[in-house]
Design a protein around this ligand. Sequence first.
Ligand SMILES: [Zn+2]
Length: 285
Amino acid sequence: MSLKNVLALTASLGLLASGAAHADDLQALADEINANLEAAGLNYRAEYAEILTTNDVSEAAVMRFFNDRGNKQLPADFVPGDTRRGWSSPDANTLTWTRDAQNTLDVSPAAQSAAVANAMATWESQKCSALGLTGGDIAAITGVLLGQSGPTADVMHNGFYPAGLFGPSTLAVTVTFIFINPDTSPTDINGDGLPDTAFREIYYNDGFGWATGGGNIDIETVALHEAGHGLSQAHFGTAFLDSGGGKLHFAPRAVMNAAYSGIQHDIKGTDKGGHCSLWGDWPNN
Ligand SMILES: [Zn+2]
């Protein structure tokens, strides 16, 4: 969807003001953590974020760039065998994930755990790719963006946080950290023209009624979408309002649509196409 269409839709929904506020909050977080990472002499930075909302496509369709680098040749890709990813194992030719299991949701810990594990298994089970995804729950509170930990995996599900962190209509956000050179330019050690992904972090908004297996917002559906970002996929599909003017729809419907539209536990054709083009040659690309 073009920026012009996004703005038109945004105006019709009356959401422009709230959308601007969310971006400012996230930018402030990124600025703060990037300054801290620089002071600590670390070689990665928060670079961009993708946001999933209930109905506000102005937020979701536009990738948020934290650092003005003069070009937008993102998204970034993981590099196979990249030994800088010390949180990957055993040789950075396979990918790792973690889930911060600490929260006070009204959903059983076992059901939450299964929902995220199912989402990761769905991507792992795609026959075109061999990611070697391994991971699971982690006892510690994790989160580099929030200054709570160092990276614990390539893809981190960092738990549920108050709505004030990201904005009231934001369901979840995936933040991409990339490796940088000493001059802070992005590294590209495999020469594919893309910045090298260090790790990705997923944060969920606890201001919604989360659930598993129906009702409210389905955890596995959102985890599957965010994990798609974790594995380098961008948003896909055109958003439109139905003839009644109330409800948001997408064509084609896909896990990687930019807003939540009900339970989706299976990878659709466009999701599969995007995934296979990114990962079909891994780790030999
Ligand atoms: Zn998204």
